[in-house]
Design a protein around this ligand. Structure first.
Ligand code: FAD
Length: 374
């Protein structure tokens, strides 16, 4: 049975940046009834179970020579650039900034398509780095942008249900109603779209052990005078030093990159290390009034702290999973396609729109195939 509107019913599992963007993309096609089921939504208190609120977040692609990933990131950048233009649909969710990237190993970032791209001359590099670039990008104000995506979805008729899914068969058999009212819906679910981030490791029916956490610790300070971003990558040491200013005046200082580190709270010694590295890279984070009188110290920066914490980047061996599998439908229903979009690691924002386009194409192809006729 179709929904009362005659449209096919699609359930998206997950309401992080990947689930929300994918749900919006599918819904705006105008042909589906879309429901998101998730344990955590954007306006809930911050938790380690929901990575999207912990991200910096800027668009600085790490795709380098990976052509598929680069196409995904470029499509996303184009959407975000449009959303962020003065008077654009989501201007206030973004800050357009001059970004400077310093590299220790001189690897090619392949970012010459970014606006205002320049290679830095040797005398503009910071000590210890061997190459650098500057360009204009967008920084995303995550606590504003995620509710924007949710509001866009709801205002066009999408629905949301809070629920903790143990096995995907629960959604196929019971539909969103099982989680809303404890009873199965009469209407069938025609397709599932799986965007659970790190939850893909444990979600029954998926249990993808190639997904693992890459812990990132950050410090948020209040420093509205900072209006440009800086990054140094020292990835071999599990470090990344970055300064990411947001439109709100908050600035994200980071960070770390620790594979399979499950510790869910800020470590005080790491906070001190982040403050030291960021102060060395960007002495301007000290308030201008103090700098006018003396050299700033990390205690001057510590006084600006709003919050410290960490998130688990949902990394996947082999990269983002974007494919389709089929699961048995409810009694009397043929197979149901399950489209996967997870494993975005440290780039879920910058790959969100491009990966959502691929997920939509996979969904449409699957729903048009004979295997999905009920
Ligand atoms: C410190 C840090 C800095 C970062 N900086 C950047 C950056 O600058 N740029 C960038 O692009 N990315 C950045 N990232 C990466 C980015 O945050 C992630 O790639 C992205 O948030 C992943 O989003 P997601 O939707 O896949 O997962 P999540 O945000 O974790 O969302 C998962 C969703 O699935 C739901 N879920 C999971 N399992 C179940 C279940 N069984 N039942 C019901 N619901 C379930 C959860 O409740 C949640 O709604 C950063 C990450 C960190 C930690």
């Amino acid at each position: 049975m179709s929904s009362p509107t005659g449209r096919k019913r699609v359930v998206v599992l997950g309401a992080g940046v990947v689930g929300l963007t994918t749900a919006v993309k599918i819904q705006e096609k105008g042909e589906y009834n879309v429901t998101i089921i998730a344990e955590t939504f954007p306006t809930d208190p911050k938790t380690i179970m929901y990575t999207s609120l912990w991200a910096g977040a800027h668009h600085v692609s790490h795709a380098a020579n990976d052509a598929k990933q680069m196409a995904i990131d470029r499509e996303t950048f184009n959407v975000m650039w449009k959303l962020s233009e003065p008077g654009g649909a989501a201007e206030h969710c973004f800050l357009r900034v001059a970004q400077t990237d310093y590299l220790l190993d001189g690897r090619d970032e392949c970012l010459d398509w970014m606006p205002d791209f320049k290679t830095l001359p040797q005398d503009a590099l910071v000590p210890g780095t061997s190459a650098g670039t500057s360009f204009t990008t967008v920084n995303i104000d995550t606590p504003v942008y995620l509710p924007y995506l949710l509001a866009r979805f709801l205002s066009r008729g999408g629905s949301i249900v809070r629920g903790s899914v143990q096995h995907i068969s629960q959604v196929i058999e019971g539909g969103p109603g099982l989680f809303r009212r404890g009873r199965a819906d009469p209407e069938l679910v025609h397709a599932l779209v799986i965007c659970p981030g790190l939850g893909a490791r444990t979600l029954g029916g998926v249990e993808d052990k190639d997904v693992y956490p890459v812990r990132g610790q950050v410090v948020i300070i209040r420093a509205p005078w900072i209006r440009s971003g800086r990054t140094v990558s020292h990835l071999e040491q599990g470090l990344w030093t970055y300064i990411i200013p947001r439109r709100s005046g908050d600035v994200i200082l980071g960070g770390t990159k620790q594979d399979n580190d499950w510790y869910p709270a800020a470590r005080p010694e790491t906070t001190t290390d982040i403050l030291e590295r960021c102060l060395a890279l960007c002495p301007e984070i000290v308030p201008p009034a103090i700098r006018a009188e003396r050299q700033g110290t990390i205690e001057d920066v510590r006084a600006l702290i709003v919050e410290e914490g960490c998130g688990f980047r949902p990394q996947r061996k082999g990269g983002i999973r974007l494919d389709v599998d089929w699961v048995p439908g409810r009694a009397g229903q043929s197979s149901v396609p399950m489209v996967f979009n997870y494993g975005h690691g440290g780039g879920g924002y910058q790959s969100s729109w491009g990966s959502a386009s691929i997920a939509l194409a996979l969904l449409e192809k699957a729903l048009a195939s004979p295997a999905s006729k009920s």
